[in-house]
Ligand binder design. Sequence first.
Ligand SMILES: Cc1ncc(COP(=O)(O)O)c(C=O)c1O
Length: 479
Amino acid sequence: MNDGLDPENWDEFRATAHRMLDASVDRLETAREGRVWTPFPDSKKAEYAAAVPTKGSSGADVQTALSDLLPYGVGNTHPRFFGWVHGSGSAASMLGEIAAAGMNANLGGRDHGAIYVERQVIDWARQIMGFPEGSSGLIVTGTSMATIVAMKVARDRRLGFGARKSGIGAQNLVGYASTQAHSCMPRAFDMLGLGADAMRKVRCNAACEMDLDALRRMIRQDRAEGYEPFCVVGTAGAVNVGAIDDLTAIADIAATEDLWFHVDGAFGATAVLSDRVRPLLAGMERADSLAFDFHKWLHVNYSAGCVLIRDGEAHRYSFADRPEYLHSAEAGLASGDYWPVDYGPELSRGFLSLKIWTQLKHYGTERLGQAITRNCEQAAYLAEQIRQKPELELLAPVALNIVCYRFCDADGDLDGLNDRIVIEMQESGVAVPSTTRLEGKLAIRVNLTNHRTRNSDLDLLLAETVRLGAEMSRNAPAG
Ligand SMILES: Cc1ncc(COP(=O)(O)O)c(C=O)c1O
């Protein structure tokens, strides 16, 4: 009897692991087929509410349970998943995840191969985004976490790094982002003790981009009232409609007003790899910090985000604080001059960067950029098809990859009708768009960050919207 946790029979484990791998690869290979989203059945919900097992199960039984789980994902691997902003993943990511599982490396720091992979990934990110040498970065779970790291560096640099010990005390820091900015911005302000209200919301112009005159006025007014403006946030790809702020103009204002310039480029920043989108992102490379995801438009499997900080020293001053037992040695495993723990809140960290490395190594930036361009062309195609259908109405300009529309060929409660259309499409498994509200109207929102989508998928989406809209409005109770 083996008293550790290793398999008693490695041949048996190998066969079980191969079956698991085959089931996972089958799932990806058939990602285009079948339903988009499949609700988790009640019987399965009950299974996953069982008490903690005191006795184990065989590897074969566990593998069967895992294989049975595979159909019940979010649906984002399917070509007709258009909800929120989800990447669709890749086979290459899976290779990286397998290798990471075999290594079980802890990426808090020290001197081992995984750290050099992570350093290279951060340096590749720096090159892709046009940041100068000397910038630093950290691989994190997503843009929400990247934003907290970036805003902490910005806050500490403004207050003095002593605030790390003494606390932020009485201060009047305020920052600015557009009304289209993501909720992770006020959340970061909340978590950093500045208060969500200190994240001022600047109104937008008709293109849903930050109104820069309004920004200048708000900065002036805040100063007059005794507040201390310390940062401004440009959004590169706003979640509602895909708008990109004028990043060059915001960089200029930040320089004039002595503000930290942060860019939320959760999905939009990686579109710098697309020849079509790159010009719209001019100015992003001037940011003091940039938060973005690999798991969205670069299709690395969840989760994989990144923060880049122009002033690498400030980044380190804001986080480095190692206790004795973690001090770097001159040689041996505990040496090395890049310890990620010095750049973020986490000590133990998994090897997220390996699947990012695999993705970039396998596809290269050109092919990834072409997939982004294709999605933008599809968004333009979809908008054109909507314009040609009298039953449908386009609700926002299409700047990038997000199309907002609604069925409008009915009287009465169009919001309720369009909401029901979306739920029915999701539940029938045909397509998964999501919804948002634009100028008080409920919109069917189609986000294209999906490398598997084809125009025929978009045709089907619109045909289904028109069919369901007509059927539901016909069957609606009178009055
Ligand atoms: C513009 C924007 N910022 C931030 C986020 C949050 O990113 P994450 O979900 O990776 O934390 C999103 C997510 O969709 C987003 O679209």
